[in-house]
Design a protein around this ligand. Sequence first.
Ligand code: MG
Length: 238
Amino acid sequence: MVKMPLDFSKCNVYFDFDNTMTHFDVLDDIIEKFSINRDWVVFENAWQKGEIGSRECLKWQMRSVRATKPKLSRYLDKVRLDDNFQGLFAFLKHKGAETAILSDSFSFFIERILRNNGAHGIKLYSNRLRFSKNKLIPTFPHTDRSCSHCANCKKMHISKLGRRGRTNIYIGDGLSDICPAEHSDIVFAKGSLQEHFTRTKKEFIPFNNLGDVYRWLEEAGNVDETEGGQELSAVKRK
Ligand SMILES: [Mg+2]
């Protein structure tokens, strides 16, 4: 049960990256644009059906990608963050919330996009890459050995960062967000995460962009304490 108004100094806010902080799935786009064959499609389909985990999927998919660091950098330099991110991040920081990006993509992509868009000071937990000429070699420093579903175990970060007594707030859109969202107290969902939460009849707040999230959180911080619960569901139905 989340207590209203939200005390942000006791909140951890987790952002998925692709299609949550950006307007499209950058990793999927890179795989599609820079692969030398269509072998990646088989793995993508198997992952969508839950037949393989994302670590297995990404390991095989990255084998088809060919791009030098400068070529990929030029591509990444065109990617824009959601315009609302900076305002939301400044608000959360000002209110004393802890924030982190949890992504099943790669730090090289994300860090460059963040830097280009002037987004500094947010923690990032993601997979890693190194270049061998035009080949991209992935490594997965945050796997959970007991579960093969994800490459970067987002739930593990929430368990470590979201200590007892903290309110975990999750913002995401995809299949890799289901598990961490199910271990969070407040969930903002779109895309397949929204479909999953609708199908399984779990509570969530739908969003289209981070401006929606910002508005909801701002209101949740100002809810009248005496009618907190009521007010929260009213906001949720928007
Ligand atoms: Mg995503």
